[in-house]
Design a protein. Structure first.
Length: 368
């Protein structure tokens, strides 16, 4: 394989994957709509490698997709609207971009198959991660609106028993708690089904909380770490929902780029779904404090005690399958990644739109 197309290739993850592939001798083309919410303007991002051939267009546009696929040997499908909260009131936008956009790409691939399709899925498809009860049995976690309204944040077992979060493997039954999660699961399943039917080797990567340089700091629906950074760069306290003790897996974008390379090149990856995370978990309050420390900004996070529709309590990755079949081994520790992020943030401007976004959710009854 020589020429690779990355849909959403001018974005955060896509641009890092492009860098990785170019360094290995691939030719890289990007199809990207350059949405203002993400990029601020429709001009080519300064960080995008000059050797990336950029096509500006929507993945839902059949003509744009067919043009971008000319002469391509493999495709990374990253183009998507992101953000749980916004997906709950901009349902049509998310469905059009994520589901219909994927359908457009797949129909084009039927006409012009490639040697490998790698699709970006999300940890959001799991809903709550897995738990273990006091007897050692693995359980699904549950949270009801009534418990959340009472400030009872922890998930409980099916009979109300206390449970402890454990790493979540790919075998967990999906629990789709938001429109965003539903659309990402649609992207994943559509790609795998079509890939199998038309003999296009396809891999789905369920990304956990990816962080690093080039995240869209002025997009209030991007990753939580970038949202915290945006607040702190403007002298504002990071807003932490619930009690801040919800646990997540934060993985460096550089490790994610390497996982993408492995998914492209490993024959045994075809037809499989992989968790891509760090294999470590940390709570959100700790993340807010670490971002403040990395930026040397003495602003304490503000724990709101509020909750949002679609949020989950705990989910972090079991990466054993990716280690076994892909040979994936995360290399960047959270401390190293935070330091690199802080260096990049020092030269960035960020418009803090977090309170505006929070108000949008509250007005619609999606945050209480």
């Amino acid at each position: 394989m020589q020429t690779v197309l990355i849909t959403g290739g001018a974005g955060f993850i896509g641009s890092h994957v492009a860098d990785r592939l170019l360094a290995l001798g691939y030719r890289v083309r990007a199809l990207d709509a350059l949405l203002p919410q993400v990029h601020g303007s429709r001009k080519r991002p300064d960080y995008l490698h000059p050797e990336v051939e950029l096509h500006v267009g929507e993945v839902g546009d059949p003509d744009a997709v067919r043009g971008a696929l000319e002469g391509v040997d493999a495709v990374f499908h990253f183009a998507a609207r992101v953000g749980v909260g916004q997906s709950m009131y901009r349902i049509r936008d998310y469905t059009e971009a994520n589901v219909n956009g994927t359908a457009t790409l797949l129909e084009a691939l039927i006409e012009r198959p490639v040697e490998r399709l790698v699709v970006a899925s999300s940890m959001s498809v799991y809903g709550e991660g897995l738990y273990r009860d006091g007897d050692g049995a693995v359980r699904e976690g549950h949270r009801t609106p009534e418990r959340l309204a009472a400030g009872e944040w922890e998930a409980i077992g099916p009979d109300g028993e206390p449970i402890t979060p454990i790493p979540t493997p790919e075998e967990k039954t999906p629990s789709l708690a938001s429109i965003y999660a539903l659309s990402k699961y649609d992207q994943e399943r559509m790609s795998l089904v079509a890939g199998s039917a038309y003999d296009i080797p396809t891999v789905a990567l369920r990304f956990f909380n990816v962080y690093g340089e080039r995240q869209a700091l002025s997009n209030p629906y991007t990753g939580v770490l970038a949202i915290f950074a945006s607040r702190l760069l403007n002298g504002n306290a990071p807003l932490v929902f619930e009690d801040g003790l919800q646990r997540r897996d934060f993985v460096s974008v550089h490790d994610v780029a390497e996982a993408c390379r492995l998914a492209l090149e490993r024959p045994e990856a075809a037809g499989e779904v992989f968790n891509i995370g760090s294999g470590e978990d940390v709570n959100i309050l700790q993340i807010a404090e670490r971002v403040a420390g990395a930026l040397n900004t003495p602003v304490a996070p503000q724990v709101t005690g509020k909750f949002r529709a679609g949020d989950i309590r705990n989910c972090f990755a079991d990466i054993g399958k990716a280690q076994r079949l892909l040979g994936f081994e995360p290399q960047v520790t959270l401390e190293e990644g935070m330091a690199a992020l802080a260096d990049w943030l020092a030269g960035q401007d960020a418009v803090d739109r977090v309170e505006q976004a929070a108000n949008e959710l509250q007005v619609r009854g999606l945050s209480r």
